[in-house]
Design a protein around this ligand. Structure first.
Ligand code: CU
Length: 120
């Protein structure tokens, strides 16, 4: 009787400590995954964000696919009005632009620069 009780207690103890190990393993995995998700969300969030403003085309560089625009403030970025250069990957977009033209445009942050993605 006493022996059986001890054995049951021992068994319970083993299974509880076994469960605790499993749970802590799960927690650690969950934390890692959560951290990765958050990082991924931030990165994709930055990539996905499109900014819009208006400006005047100052200079076109068709060889290097860049355009210099004197643009109006961009509130989402805390930018005042300024003249700066944007990358333009889409040749069709670049061909649409001409110096002195007033445009509304969209751009995204890419690397250390900004990429023009649309003009209207
Ligand atoms: Cu700017």
């Amino acid at each position: 009787m006493k022996k059986a009780y001890f054995f049951a207690l021992l068994l319970a103890g083993i299974s509880i400590s076994g469960m605790a190990e499993d749970m802590s393993g799960m927690d650690m995995k969950g934390m890692d995954m959560k951290g990765m998700d958050m990082k991924g969300m931030n990165q994709s969030g930055n990539k996905a964000q499109t900014y819009r403003t208006t400006g005047v085309v100052k200079k076109l560089d068709k060889e290097w696919r860049r355009v210099t625009i004197a643009h109006q403030p961009v509130e989402a970025l805390g930018w005042p009005a300024m003249t700066m250069t944007f990358d333009v990957e889409d040749k069709k977009l670049l061909d649409k632009l001409s110096p002195g033209e007033k445009i509304g445009f969209e751009f995204v942050k890419r690397g250390n620069g900004y990429l023009l993605t649309g003009v209207n």
